[in-house]
Ligand binder design. Sequence first.
Ligand SMILES: [Zn+2]
Length: 116
Amino acid sequence: MKQTCPNCNSVFDCQVENAAACWCHKLPAIAPIEAARCLCPACLKAQVQEQIEQFVADFKAGKRYNTAPDYKRPGRPVEGIDYYMENGMFVMTSWSHLKRGYCCGSGCRHCPYPKG
Ligand SMILES: [Zn+2]
């Protein structure tokens, strides 16, 4: 069904009657569900990115446990959430490292784990 984004007024498809099949299921369910109506893909992604940024900052500051592995979803990594492209190369985000749950020891650019 068509919905109007309460944030930016754009019209988008929402499969509220079959939530598991909706595009929004590919994003980690980390954003607070405050609105009765769903956000459009762009606004939801921006909100999720904000939440993840806070999550990573809190983890690095030792203010929270790493619960990111709980947000793992089957399916492909999401651009802008799990990775971004730079000169044709995949760069994994801190979030994707947190979802793995441990440091792989390869000196990744966005490794969020404390250095021993
Ligand atoms: Zn929107």
